[in-house]
Design a protein around this ligand. Structure first.
Ligand code: NDP
Length: 326
């Protein structure tokens, strides 16, 4: 059956401006870090992306090494691009990144011009697109001049292989340097992709201010702390599949964190939200878009319903601060 997108896909929520740019993102975006590698059935992946787009999620976030194996999330996405999303290419914001390890040897990692531009070419091939909407430097590279890394983003844009430039997980200081270089090249940095959640508030210590001063927007990754800020771990529940993620650290299930989850969940319940919904609504006070992952369409629906209540009273914020923190 050829895919036909839901006719009402733009009626569910509005779109948010990324800093001072013209770029608009959905309040909730979907990342393909987990659940889109060759280790997961393709049909399930397709169901997730179709469902997300049908619900107005116009932004899919990728990176060169998402999988496993590396590259397979982009390849699987490419198959969906050719099969399902080709007629909708201009309705989609697609991103990819380079910065973490991708291929062996000295030229397949970090932030050199050599790596960044070669990696983008490979990503475009795998994704079956002529360009991505956002190309990111995935992390700061202390050994390469920031002007070289940002210069590579500028080149990608001038070559028509990316429309907007972004950086991920750069410190406030490094961000300021990158912003300056980008400005001097005439290619503004538009978006920063940092981690941000109720249990990880590092960006409040300088980065958000830097972004505001630089006219940049942000998309916060792991707003659910990789599934911790959901009902998976409440009331002594411990869903096995939640902890199978390579990167999910068992230490995240400390007594202290479990106590925080219960406290936060009580506040969410008073707001008529699930813990996941409150976590997303809370993150959206600070970031332009919340970048979630999902393994089931029901999770996407639950998370989107967060948008029904984005307001927080001062009293709620004060109660949240008692439990939220690093
Ligand atoms: P989240 O914190 O949103 O965690 C997503 C996981 O939480 C899902 O896979 C699912 O776990 C679980 N979940 C989601 N919704 C619900 C729900 N309603 N109820 C119960 N469980 C739920 O983000 P991710 O860690 O997946 O990261 C999101 C994206 O951020 C990535 O795909 C990637 O695009 C980006 N990212 C960027 C990084 C960077 O360096 N720039 C680093 C890390 C991520 P399960 O699958 O077990 O069901």
């Amino acid at each position: 059956q050829p895919y036909v997108a839901a006719a009402d896909r733009y009626t569910h929520h509005g779109y948010r401006r990324v800093g001072e740019s013209g770029l608009l993102l959905p309040p909730i975006s979907l990342g393909l870090w987990y659940n889109f590698g060759d280790n997961k059935p393709f049909d399930g992946q397709r169901e997730l992306l179709r469902h997300a787009f049908d619900r107005g999620i116009t932004h899919f976030d990728l990176a060169n090494n998402y999988g496993p194996p590396y590259g397979s999330a982009e390849e699987n996405f490419g198959r969906m691009m050719r099969g399902d999303f080709k007629p909708y290419r201009n309705e989609l914001i697609l991103s990819t990144k380079a910065g973490w390890d991708m291929w062996p040897g000295p030229y397949g990692v970090l932030g050199t011009r050599k790596y960044m531009l070669a990696s983008l070419d490979e990503s475009l091939q795998r994704m079956s697109v002529d360009y991505v909407d956002i190309f990111y430097s995935h992390r700061a590279d202390p050994s390469t001049p920031v002007a070289e890394t940002i210069g590579a983003l500028d080149t990608a844009i001038r070559q028509g292989k990316a429309l907007y430039a972004g950086i991920s997980s750069y410190s406030p200081e490094r961000t300021r340097e990158a912003v300056e270089v980008a400005r001097s090249l005439g290619t503004p940095l538009v978006i920063h992709q940092p981690s941000y959640s109720l249990l990880n508030r590092w960006i409040e210590d300088g980065l958000t201010q830097t972004l505001a001063e630089s006219g940049m927007g942000s998309i916060g990754f792991t707003p659910l702390a990789q599934g911790l800020l959901t009902d998976k771990f409440l009331g002594g529940r411990h869903e096995e599949h939640a902890t199978k993620r390579r990167s999910f650290n068992e230490r995240m299930l400390s007594e202290d964190n479990l106590r925080r989850l219960e406290g936060l969940n009580a506040i969410a319940a008073d707001r008529g939200q699930s813990l996941a919904q409150m976590a997303i609504a809370w993150a959206l006070r600070t970031v332009t878009s919340a970048l979630i992952g999902a393994s089931r369409t029901e999770q996407i629906d639950e998370n989107l319903a967060a948008l029904d209540n984005l307001e927080f009273s001062d009293e709620e914020l004060r109660r949240i601060d008692e439990f939220a923190g690093d």
